[in-house]
Design a protein around this ligand. Structure first.
Ligand code: PMP
Length: 363
C-alpha cells in the first residue's frame, strides 16, 4: 500500500485508520453473511444491528438524554439550513440568527426564503469574521421560533467556547465541524445537526439530535419526507438510508470509544491546538493568526505568512513532506490546519517542526 498522507483537510477529513481497516477487513463479507454491508437491505437484521449500534454509541459517548431523538439524514448540513426553518418557522413567527461566518449566512439565506428572520448578533467586520460574539452581545428575541448558531466556523477558524443563553427559545446549532470534540451538554440545545464528514465519518450522512417536544411543533404543511417528525417516527428508515455512511460512523465511534471517549478527545484536541498556536505565537514575526485569542478554534487553526507567495511555497513544501490540504478556504486565503479528532498528535508535531524550519529558512 502507498504510505498514507498526514491529511489536514477541512472535510471530508481524515478518518481513523482503525475505522478504515475494519471496513476493509469486512467489506466483501459482512460478519459471515456472504454479503457486503454495501449490499445488505436497510430493512434486514444485519444492517439493523449496525443502525442500532451507531445510535447507541452516539447516545453513550455524547451522553444524549432520553428525551432526545437521534436521526440520520441526507443532503448534508446545507439541507438542514433549509429544513430547520421549513419545520419550525411558522407563519407569523420570526427566527433569530447569530452570524459568525459564511455557513451562518447560508443558513440565514434559506430561512429568509421561508419567513421572517432577525439577527441576534453579528461579528462581521471589514468583510470578514475574526471572532464569535461575547455572551453580552447576543440578544435573543424571547418570542423567536428558535435561535440558530454555528458552533465552529470552519473557514475562519473561530469557535464558541460557551453556549449562549437562549431562555425558553430553542437553540439550534450547526456543529458540523466541532461535534464530539469534547464532552458537552446536549440538553442546552433544541436541535443539533452535523454533517458527518469532519468528526464523525464520511460524507453522505448528517446527524441530527432533536428534543422530542420540538417534534410536536413541526409544520404539517410541508411534505412528509421533509418533516423531522417523520424521520423520528420511522427511525431514519422512511426510505433507503445511507447505510454505508452510517456503518462508517459506527466504525469511527467504536474507535472513539476505544480512545477513551470524549473526555480523552478533549485532552488530545487541546494538546494539538496548543502545539499549533504556540508555534504560531512563538514565531509571530513570521506567522500571524488573524483570530481574536478567545475565539480561536481547536478544530480549524488558521494563520497567515508575510506574503501569498510564501503561503504558496509553504503549502507546496509541506505537501512534499506528506502534509497535505493545508491551503486556507479560497474566500479567505492563508493556511488552515484542521485538527479534528482523527488527526494524530504526531502529525501536528511534524507540522510544527516544519513550520520552524520554514520560518528559519524563508523568514
Ligand atoms: N456548516 C459548517 C460549519 C461547515 O463547515 C460546512 C461544510 N464545510 C457546512 C455547514 C456545509 O456542509 P455540507 O457540505 O455537509 O452541506
Amino acid at each position: 500500500m502507498t504510505q498514507r498522507m498526514m491529511n489536514f483537510s477541512p472535510g471530508p477529513a481524515a478518518l481513523p485508520l482503525q475505522a478504515l481497516e475494519e471496513a476493509r477487513a469486512e467489506l466483501l463479507d459482512f460478519q459471515g453473511t456472504g454479503i457486503s454491508i454495501l449490499e445488505h437491505s436497510h430493512r434486514g437484521k444485519d444492517y439493523e444491528a449496525v443502525h442500532e449500534e451507531a445510535k447507541s454509541l452516539l447516545r453513550e459517548l455524547l451522553q444524549i438524554p432520553s428525551n432526545y431523538r437521534i436521526l440520520f439524514m441526507q443532503g448534508g448540513a446545507a439541507a438542514q439550513f433549509a429544513l430547520v426553518p421549513m419545520n419550525f418557522l411558522h407563519a407569523g413567527q420570526s427566527a433569530d440568527y447569530i452570524m459568525t461566518g459564511v455557513w451562518s449566512e447560508k443558513a440565514l439565506g434559506e430561512a429568509k426564503i421561508l419567513g421572517q428572520t432577525r439577527i441576534a448578533a453579528d461579528t462581521k467586520e471589514e468583510g470578514s469574521y475574526r471572532r464569535v460574539p461575547r455572551a453580552e452581545e447576543i440578544q435573543i428575541d424571547p418570542s423567536a421560533a428558535y435561535a440558530h448558531m454555528t458552533t465552529n466556523n470552519t473557514i475562519y477558524g473561530t469557535q464558541f467556547h460557551y453556549v449562549p443563553e437562549s431562555g425558553a427559545v430553542p437553540l439550534i446549532a450547526d456543529m458540523s465541524s466541532d461535534i464530539a470534540w469534547k464532552p458537552f451538554d446536549v440538553s442546552k440545545f433544541g436541535l443539533i445537526y452535523a454533517g458527518a464528514q469532519k468528526n464523525l465519518g464520511p460524507a453522505g450522512v448528517t446527524l441530527v439530535i432533536v428534543r422530542e417536544d420540538l417534534l410536536e411543533r413541526v409544520r404539517s404543511d410541508i411534505p412528509k419526507i421533509f418533516r423531522y417528525s417523520t424521520i423520528a417516527k420511522e427511525d431514519s428508515l422512511q426510505n433507503t438510508a445511507p447505510t454505508f455512511a452510517i456503518y462508517m460512523v459506527r466504525n469511527v465511534l467504536k474507535w472513539l470509544k476505544g480512545q477513551g471517549g470524549l473526555a480523552a478527545m478533549e485532552t488530545r484536541n487541546r494538546n494539538k491546538a496548543a502545539m499549533l498556536y504556540d508555534a504560531v505565537d512563538s514565531m509571530s514575526d513570521f506567522y500571524r493568526c488573524p483570530v481574536e485569542k478567545a475565539s480561536r478554534s481547536t478544530m480549524n487553526a488558521v494563520f497567515r505568512l508575510p506574503s501569498e507567495e510564501l503561503e504558496k511555497r509553504f503549502v507546496a513544501e509541506a505537501s512534499a513532506r506528506r502534509m497535505v490540504n493545508l491551503k486556507g478556504h479560497r474566500s479567505v486565503g492563508g493556511i488552515r490546519v484542521s485538527l479534528y479528532n482523527a488527526i494524530e498528535p504526531a502529525w501536528v508535531e511534524s507540522l510544527v517542526a516544519f513550520m520552524k524550519e520554514f520560518a528559519q529558512t524563508q523568514g
